[in-house]
Design a protein around this ligand. Structure first.
Ligand SMILES: Nc1ncnc2c1ncn2[C@@H]1O[C@H](COP(=O)(O)OP(=O)(O)OP(=O)(O)O)[C@@H](O)[C@H]1O
Length: 185
């Protein structure tokens, strides 16, 4: 990694180099609009993505009718356990892509922490937690949100439930420059 991120490289080039190294390291699928080669092969609706009935119900109630392009590209591979790097203009549906991916993968019957979303700012973190709660309203899941300042014993207990194998088998969905999702299942 060091040799590709030389000192003096412009921030843009450094970002591109980092992304290229990251995507290789993670064997990630790089999702961006210009990488969407076979548009006709992508699912046209949320119903065609193999999502659970209870999740589809949450999506409808939230008011989403049709998936955006990045969602047509990213949700199915996320649900299949691929590592993804999502990149597109803002706002284009990247956050919803990863939230739906998480919600399809978690099992409400399991009492264990199954996904961790790291967000660099509190306001955005709250928005994402609320989005996951509302889209997943019929899935029987719980969302815990905490910051470095507010973390309490209950939050720690939840974090301790993250399986150790997460370190080796966790998937990563990197919404460019914003946050990191680690889902263990
Ligand atoms: N399929 C959809 N149909 C209608 N609205 C949608 C859909 N997907 C996302 N949205 C709405 O579009 C807006 C942007 O979605 P989202 O936050 O997922 O985009 P983003 O690319 O992550 O944005 P940003 O880069 O600014 O964080 C939100 O208000 C979200 O509720």
């Amino acid at each position: 990694m060091g040799s590709r991120l030389k000192r003096g490289t412009s921030p843009r080039n450094r970002n591109e180099a980092l992304e290229s190294v990251l995507s290789k390291y993670l064997e990630a699928i790089y999702c961006r609009p210009d990488s969407i080669a076979y548009l006709s092969d992508l699912p046209k609706s949320f119903d065609a993505m193999g999502l659970s009935e209870n999740l589809l119900k949450g999506i409808r109630e939230y008011g989403f009718v049709e998936p955006f392009l990045i969602q047509r590209r990213g949700i199915v591979p996320f649900c299949a356990g691929e590592n993804l790097i999502l990149e597109s203009t803002s706002p284009s549906g990247k956050t919803v892509t990863s939230c739906l991916g998480i919600l399809q993968r978690v099992d409400g019957a399991l009492v264990q922490c199954q996904a961790l979303v790291l967000v660099p700012d509190v306001a955005n973190g709250k928005k994402i937690a609320e989005l996951i709660r509302r889209l997943g309203v019929h899935l029987g899941i719980e969302v815990h949100e905490f910051t470095r300042e507010t973390v309490d014993d209950e939050d720690r207990e939840v974090l301790f439930m993250l399986p150790l194998r997460l370190r080796i088998s966790g998937r990563v969905c990197f919404v460019k420059g914003q946050y990191l999702v680690i889902a263990s299942r």
